[in-house]
Ligand binder design. Structure first.
Ligand code: ATP
Ligand code: MG
Length: 555
């Protein structure tokens, strides 16, 4: 049963995400059993949050169209305008989904008159809510509250539970621009407290805004949601998506190159794979070099999807932040060389440290730049590549000769590019995936700073961890019989004793075994400290060996 919100051509490409879907399924089952939980999906732009919401919606409808839990998919980006319009349309949309499972004619639900005269004629709560809204005509905050409470009333009347899948959730903040509403999140929080038949799954592309909303103590939504990261694809999912797009399995070399250049980002994989399909008569004939060519054509040609997206990201993000020119300068400097510290950056753009810090903060707020251990990086390596090329005036089109493309293709093979795709969040997600693939394999202890062979545990749950009070944070907490607390540092200098001691303290608080991974290895003192305190340690080379070994034994 296709839902118009999720066209079949999109669904036919849907790949992977089984773990995330399992968690959504679990939350749905808990809601059915009367134990509502709320989830917040976050992740890079275009990583697949919307598709994940739609896929879960579709599966839920297929399994039980009028089951105990009915899905309601709403996109706040379209819905949240003025308080009055939002309130009425929210009531309409919720009713639409609850009654037609997202399939019917939506127009009949969008205005109060149409709604009352048509599909919702017999529903008491609809008439009551709309009448109450009418009475509160001069009080937009009350209208919003009535709207937020409406799904609960509807669920009561229909004797069901509603799973509200809210996309672009952070857009709700727009209502705060209306002085009469002022504090929309307080209204939302207060409404949630009154609900027992509703489960929320919210998603948004603004990573920082979303994290701040859910994890910061002074936010009204503090701890109301469990965070769920939508991460980059592992290599096998990259290959699976390419296979769907191409209609046939490409060679492993092609899959590897695709994963390396896109970092496992599904939107980029899709764009490059689509371009690839025109480059060889059959997918089996494709070579890794074709992937590089397709990547360059997608990223550096004005018609390319990646070009288009990077341009959008760059312009839109910078427009939202103040100090356009300086921000651009910082991004250009980081495109040339990443991992610079505040003072290094300040020197290159010829500004003072405190000015530079505030500009960097602006770039972090719009999710373009991340800080790790005092060094600054692009959040998205492909954007970094694009900025670097565009700044140098490099553009190509499909008729560009092979000779002109050659240096660009060679550039992609450079260590510099490889390194960047491994950085930051992408790398952390990669390590979590690695830990998830632990299943009792025996590996060389040396890869973890031990001697002799070592048997890996099997974990049930692996996720980034942050304690409710925000005091303890690790890149991964792996749990089952035994627990591991994993920390990853991807910097230019060796990790020291102090950093290991900090992880050890956190691990002790979590009753977990500490594992510290450092790209640039460890100081001798740190190594001695690790041995003494039973801290597992790995360098980048160790990690690669471990990855390779597990990848091989998995097949
Ligand atoms: N699981 C997936 N399987 C196949 N393709 C995917 C998947 N996830 C994402 N994609 C590809 O990436 C594109 C972007 O996905 P989607 O719109 O769901 O991302 P998003 O995280 O909601 O983005 P935004 O931040 O812009 O809202 C899709 O159109 C599709 O091409
Ligand atoms: Mg989306």
């Amino acid at each position: 049963m296709p839902i118009p919100f999720y066209p079949p051509h999109l669904r036919s490409l849907f790949t992977d995400r089984e773990r995330e879907l399992d968690r959504l399924q679990q939350a749905t089952a808990d809601l059915a059993a009367g134990r509502p939980r709320h989830l917040a999906l976050f992740g890079l732009r275009r990583i697949g949050k919307t598709l994940l919401l739609l896929e879960h919606t579709a599966r839920l409808l297929e399994a039980a169209p009028t089951g105990p839990v009915r899905p309601v998919y709403v996109d706040f980006e379209e819905l949240v305008t003025s308080p009055e319009l939002f309130s009425r349309r929210y009531v309409g949309l919720v009713t639409f989904w609850a009654l037609t499972q997202g399939e019917g004619e939506i127009e009949a639900f969008l205005t109060p008159t149409a709604l009352l005269g048509g599909p919702a004629a017999g529903l008491r709560c609809v008439a009551q809510t709309l009448a109450a809204m009418e009475n509160a005509r001069d009080d937009p905050a009350t209208q919003v509250t009535l709207a937020l409470d409406f799904p609960e009333k509807l669920a009561q009347e229909l004797d069901c539970r509603l799973l509200l899948l809210v996309d672009e959730f952070t857009e709700f903040a727009v209502l705060g621009n209306y002085p009469s509403v002022r504090r929309p999140w307080h209204l939302f929080r207060a409404a949630m407290q009154r609900h027992g038949r509703l489960g929320y799954v919210v998603a948004a592309s603004a990573i920082n805004a979303m994290k701040a909303m859910i994890q910061e103590g002074d936010s009204p939504l503090f701890l109301q949601f469990e965070m769920m990261e939508v991460s980059l694809f592992p290599p096998d999912a990259t290959l699976a998506l390419a296979e769907r797009v191409l209609g046939d399995t490409p060679s492993p070399g092609v899959g590897r190159q695709l994963h390396r250049l896109t970092g496992g980002h599904p939107f980029y994989i899709h764009a490059v794979a689509t371009r690839l399909s025109g480059l060889a008569p059959s997918p089996a004939d494709l070579q890794p070099e074709d992937v590089s060519r397709a990547f360059v054509l997608e990223a550096l040609n004005r018609r390319g999807q990646i070009y288009h997206y990077c341009r959008y990201l760059y312009d839109v993000s910078l427009r939202r932040a103040r100090g356009y020119g300086i921000l651009k300068a910082i991004l250009q400097v980081l495109a040339e060389e990443e991992g610079l510290t505040l003072s290094e950056l300040a020197r290159r753009i010829r500004k003072g440290a405190s000015t530079t810090r505030s500009y960097l903060r602006a770039l972090q707020e719009v999710d373009l730049v991340v800080e790790d251990g005092g060094e600054y990086f692009y959040r998205d390596p492909v954007l970094r590549y694009w900025v670097g090329a565009i700044t140098r005036g490099i553009e190509v089109d499909p008729s560009t000769s092979r000779a002109t493309l050659a240096p660009l293709l060679a550039d992609l093979e450079a260590e510099r590019f490889r390194l960047t795709t491994e950085l930051g969040r992408a790398r952390e997600a990669g390590v979590r995936d690695l830990v998830r693939s632990f299943a009792g394999q025996t590996v060389e202890g040396a890869w973890l700073g031990l001697s002799g062979p070592f048997r890996l545990p099997t974990f049930h749950r692996v996720a980034p961890y942050r304690s409710p009070d925000g005091q303890i944070e690790v890149d991964a907490l792996a749990e089952d019989g035994e627990q591991w607390a994993v920390e990853l540092k991807w910097r230019g200098k060796a990790a020291g004793k102090k950093e290991l001691a900090a992880l050890l303290r956190k691990a002790q608080a979590l009753s977990a075994r500490p594992w510290f991974i450092s790209r640039s290895g460890f100081t001798p003192a740190a190594r001695a400290y690790a041995a003494e305190h039973d801290i597992l340690i790995s360098t980048r080379a160790d990690l690669e060996k471990l990855e390779k070994h597990l990848c091989r034994t998995a097949r």
